[in-house]
Design a protein around this ligand. Sequence first.
Ligand code: NYM
Length: 212
Amino acid sequence: RGGKEDSRGALVVLEGLDRCGKTTQSTRLVANLEKLGHSAELWRFPDRTTSVGQMISSYLSNKSQLDDHTIHLLFSANRWEKRSLMESKLKSGITLVVDRYSYSGVAFSSAKGLDIEWCKAPEIGLLAPDLVVYLDIPPEKAAERGGYGGERYEQLEFQKKVGQNYQVLRGPTWKIIDACSPMEDVEEQLQEMVLDCVKTCQEGKPLSCLWS
Ligand code: NYM
């Protein structure tokens, strides 16, 4: 263990409330990693390009109605359909920066009142991130940022519940960044955390599965 043959890319996940800056930061992070000579890709969930993703997209834009359990399982299926590609990319040395993952799945669905353990169950066996960075922003501040786009869930009261659920999910692989800091400071902190994580994965840290 730790030899060159175990070297792999890192699985880095960015989480946070809607409008916390995840998309901007994950884009910048990937560009910075590439500049430093690392191979990195930006991924996001939901991945709206697949047929499952299109059902999710239509639900989010209120074009279709689905039972809460059903949409939860579709979000999960959307991660499962990408699992093997994710594994092969990581093993080929590519670092994946993922904008939302299982924690969004659990935090948003349980905010509707679904049992948290029930929400976690279909996520068991997906690849566990090496690092989860939570961009922390008070829900009121997020709501002020240019307003919400009008998709389902983009409401203050709902986001408050999501924020509480994220707190319950926080574990040892989580790092918190104050998302109200200037954009450049967030970018710098994030990059430092990620480079550290990329190094341990290059050195052969084994891949593991959720929930661990
Ligand atoms: N969302 C996202 C969920 O409810 N469950 C999930 O598993 C994931 C990945 O979809 N409000 C919610 C969170 C967002 C919405 O995400 C769309 P984005 O990052 O705005 O495309």
